[in-house]
Design a protein around this ligand. Structure first.
Ligand code: GDG
Length: 455
């Protein structure tokens, strides 16, 4: 059996410092690495001289990391990845920064990764590279003479051609994708926008089974939606900790229905628009005040980047205004919490919530939507309100689908969700649950690696 090599910006395999794999992706890839005796390569998250790879084998899985000098972190990670590609690929041209140094740092770090990783690759290893931080890495590895099967999976949206062409050197970035054998996107929609670029900007042609030819090179591009570790999450939801959290939420809500949001603090998640939608609900339904409250969990992320500090300040002010305007002596309409919680606590929160509000402005997939569904009580499930612009909406189409830019649409959907009879809640929840169980993260991993092996 070939070994599996995973390469991503950060490694989330279990280590001595972090003994349990965190999150579905980590769990799925860790299981595959353990079976295939593979290695997970990436940045350690530490700043320092690059030096040699540090290997650690823990619980049957080997991870190998390097440190990066401060300049590389600034230009590659905070710069090109998070100030150029992330906003551009989430359709936020006005937040996108175009600096030549960022691109230089990005390509330099990808070259460094290639140099340090290539000597550890064996001829029949299957290589799977993840996400926008590492787009050129397959090409770099080819320059080192590797002829292995190499796949790339993009976790975020693929932007429309007219947006992507705003990126200086966009063609160079996309050309690099043609070093892979298989390129995976979260949804058919992102795959179609990729096709559009290839046919209009590169003169490429589309063939059967996802084949795409540009010049002499043919690759395969597929839609391969990521799932969650459904069994793990269902078990989480019935754990002791989840039950204790559930009780705590019910007690503290004194009979009011809970609406929950859980997101990294990121402008792509539509938090400001969500708060505005909730505010519209409170303004237009004064009779409902006694019956409802909202909890937004939003652990801060990427706070080295100014646009993230800005969104945080906006949300602080907005949540304060909403509570100032609507709170009563015994009721706070919005609990806004800037910290992370363990996964089984989250599962208990999801289960206690009558409504899951997931309203990103643009999202590759959105795993919170899937986790919310997985955590529900089958006999009395809550209602998922889901943005049409989340990749997850293609699979979870029996959710209440909303336009996240419309405060009225969000407000009306909250009202509809809270009034929804149990039979309708069950009828909407069941097909979503079936999808989450059948197309889980293991299914995703197998689908991608099978495509890669067949190529
Ligand atoms: C990218 C793409 C795509 C959140 N708060 C806490 C916590 N979380 C966990 C959630 C969920 C994960 O973080 C977030 O995943 P998302 O999919 O919602 O979003 P991104 O971080 O933007 O992920 C996205 C994903 O990659 C996978 O391909 O779906 O579109 O943007 O699992 O539960 N976890 C814990 N405490 C928290 O407070 N433990």
């Amino acid at each position: 059996m070939s070994r599996l090599i995973v390469i991503s910006n950060r490694v989330s395999a279990p280590t001595t410092a972090q003994p349990a794999a965190q999150g579905g992706l980590a769990v799925a890839l860790t299981a595959a690495l353990r079976e295939a005796e593979g290695i997970w390569f990436g940045w350690s998250g530490e700043t320092g001289e690059t030096g040699d790879l540090k290997f650690e084998t823990f619980d049957g899985v080997t991870s190998a990391t390097i440190d990066l000098p401060e300049q590389d972190v600034d230009e590659y990670y905070d710069g090109y990845a998070n100030r150029t590609l992330w906003p551009l690929f989430h359709y936020r041209l006005e937040l996108t920064e175009f600096e030549r140094e960022f691109q230089g740092g990005y390509e330099r770090v990808n070259r460094v990764f290639g140099e340090v990783i290539a000597p550890h690759i064996e001829p029949d290893d299957l290589i799977w590279i993840h996400d926008y931080h590492m787009i050129p890495l397959g090409w770099v590895l080819r320059q080192h003479g590797l002829t292995n099967r190499i796949g790339f999976f993009l976790h975020i949206p693929w932007p429309p051609t007219r947006l992507l062409t705003a990126l200086p050197e966009h063609r160079r970035l996309v050309d690099a994708l043609f070093a892979y054998d298989v390129v995976g996107f979260q949804t058919e929609e992102w795959l179609e926008t990729f096709h559009d670029y290839v046919t209009h900007e590169m003169g490429g042609s589309l063939g059967p089974d996802g084949a795409i030819t540009v010049g002499a090179r043919t690759i395969r591009a597929i839609a391969c939606p990521i799932g969650i570790d459904a069994q793990e999450f269902i078990a989480n939801a019935s754990s002791k900790e989840a039950a204790a959290t559930h009780r705590r939420m019910i007690e503290s809500s004194i009979g009011r229905s809970l609406i929950v949001g859980v997101d990294r603090l990121d402008y792509s998640k539509g938090l400001e628009e969500r708060f505005n939608g909730y505010q519209r609900y409170l303004e237009t339904r004064p009779d409902a005040h006694a019956n409802v409250y909202m909890l937004q969990i939003a652990p801060p992320s990427r706070d080295a980047v100014q646009s993230y500090r800005d969104i945080r300040a906006h949300l602080d002010a907005l949540s304060g205004r909403i509570n100032g305007a609507f709170a009563d002596i015994d009721w706070v309409p919005l609990r806004y919490v800037n910290q992370g919680f363990p996964r089984n606590v989250l599962a208990g929160v999801y289960r206690a919530a009558r409504v899951g509000l997931v309203t990103p402005l643009r999202d590759g997939m959105n795993l919170v939507a899937k986790e919310y569904v997985a955590a529900q009580n089958p006999d009395d499930p809550g209602v998922l309100i889901l943005s049409r612009f989340a990749g997850a909406a293609a699979q979870l189409d029996s959710a209440l689908i909303v336009n996240p830019y419309s405060a009225d649409d969000i407000a009306d959907s909250i009202a509809k969700a809270l009034a929804m009879p149990r039979e309708e809640r069950i009828a909407r929840w069941r097909p979503m649950h079936e999808n989450i169980v059948s197309e889980d993260v293991i299914w995703w991993r197998k689908r991608f690696t099978t495509a890669l092996m067949q190529q």
